[in-house]
Design a protein around this ligand. Structure first.
Ligand code: UD1
Length: 422
């Protein structure tokens, strides 16, 4: 197993290219189950989660060819298998994204329940209820969601009690092939959901309200879609993580190939802390701060501050003057990075879902353990400023979502090495 060794790094400088968004790539890949023709996907991030999903689609019978690291050609016409087994789903919760498309196309499927998750219970009850509302009969048997809709899915009025990103995406894909109109009230508005809407629309599905919390989808009544080639949008969370790498070292760095307005909440928070920006059409330059001020942050659904940036801002708070307050409102137990940051010397107190971080503590390198994807990136950021060496173990969590992490950091001047555990 690999680990990362990070040595306290001087100021960073230079440019970094942002990859395609993992969270957009995943629903895009499962949406190809709805396509009657093969298609190309460009700007696909070469990360473990994407490769896990490609493996799952392969087991179902899809064929793909990688014509370079970030471009694939995918053909789902040969899919016959409709069971997503535990051994794959347990590796990646987002495998639940096959539920809507498989059920819509075949009228039946079995998807393993994702099971326990490091960042809280994360149930899939809202996905299941929505499919039932659309006419599916669902039972849970031996740890599997066994779903049947022998006479096809029907349009329905879905009201989500909670905003769910993958839940909204599953309903969108199911509704695309259903009979009649589906409305989704309290839909997620994340850019990744918007991209999925646009792709389905290009494939011939009528969708009203794209980008809003009320969507109306007119289904094709079982007919597969005429989907076109797709370019995955830039990863706003990867971009936000590099901004934090620049910020924690108070550097001037430039991000390329991103969509700056997707990062508005993150940019505003960094401005509040003291940083400046030069915002281009697809680039973003971070300008150093005279002084880093403590801040308050509360995570919420897009366009508010993303939960997927909470851990990175906690690392950044360690460099700010005063006490910062970070409230996690989406997931229980998403503070596993706290104890690891404390191993480096961070001064953090936790009360329920609020962390208070006193800036200015002296940080010293240590051995730390990655626990989930975004928690791990907070450790990388902390490693950049901790004295001496920080060894981050279990970095497969980072490999799930960050393409060429160490290459990109090294190109900015960070001292990072990937080593093999003895
Ligand atoms: C997606 C993102 C993840 C991000 C999260 C919140 C992908 C692949 N992953 O995850 O990176 O952190 O959105 O922005 O896009 N909930 C239920 N029942 C359900 C579904 C969700 O109670 O059936 C709850 C969850 O436990 C959580 C909240 O709803 O408290 C939001 O979760 P959700 O938006 O569904 O997260 P994911 O789609 O899994």
């Amino acid at each position: 197993m690999d680990f990362l060794r990070i040595t306290q790094s001087p100021k960073l400088q230079g440019e970094v290219q942002i990859s395609g968004a993992k969270n957009s790539a995943l629903p895009i890949l499962t949406s190809t189950l709805l396509s009657k023709n093969p298609l190309k996907i460009h700007n696909l991030p070469n990360v473990a989660d994407v490769n896990t999903l490609l493996k799952l689609l392969g087991i179902l019978g899809a064929e793909h060819e990688k014509f370079s690291a970030n471009h694939i050609y995918i053909d789902t016409s040969g899919v016959k298998e409709t069971k997503a087994t535990y051994d794959i789903v347990r590796k990646m919760r987002a495998s639940i994204l096959v539920l809507g498309p498989l059920l819509a196309r075949f009228g039946h499927c079995e998807v393993s329940l994702p099971g326990g998750c490091a960042i809280g219970a994360r149930p899939v009850d809202l996905h299941i209820k929505a499919m039932e509302k659309m006419g599916a009969e669902i039972v849970i048997e031996n740890g599997y969601i066994v779903a049947k809709a022998p006479s096809g899915l029907k349009g329905a009025n879905i009201v989500f009690d909670k905003i769910t990103v993958t839940g909204t995406e599953n309903v969108l894909m199911a509704a695309a092939l259903a009979k009649g109109k589906t409305t989704i009230i309290n839909a997620a508005k994340e850019p990744e959901v918007v991209q999925l809407c646009e792709i389905l629309q290009e494939g011939g599905v009528q969708i009203v309200g794209i980008g809003s919390s009320e969507l109306e989808i007119t289904g094709s009544d079982g007919e597969l879609l005429d989907m076109k080639d797709i370019k995955v949008i830039a990863d706003r969370i990867e971009a936000g993580t590099y901004l934090c790498a620049g910020a924690i070292t108070n550097s001037c760095i430039t991000l390329k190939s991103l969509i700056p307005h997707h990062l508005q909440a993150v940019i505003e928070k960094l401005e509040e802390i003291g940083f400046g920006f030069e915002i281009g059409e697809d680039s973003l330059k971070l300008l150093p701060a005279k002084k880093l001020q403590a801040f308050e942050v509360r995570t919420a659904e897009y366009p508010a501050f993303p939960t997927d940036m909470q851990a990175q801002f906690m690392a950044l708070a360690m460099q700010c003057e005063g006490v910062s307050s970070i409230e996690e409102r989406l997931f229980e137990n998403r503070f596993m990075h706290v104890s690891e940051l404390q191993r480096l010397g961070a001064n953090i107190t936790l009360r329920g879902n609020i962390a208070s971080v006193s800036g200015g503590a002296e940080l010293k390198g240590a051995d730390v353990m990655a626990t989930d994807l975004r928690a791990s990136s907070a450790l990388v950021l902390a490693g950049l400023i901790a004295q001496g060496e920080t060894n981050i173990h279990r970095i497969y969590h980072l490999d799930r979502g960050y393409e060429k992490l160490e290459d990109k950091l090294i190109s900015l001047g960070a001292k990072v090495e990937r080593l093999r555990e003895e």
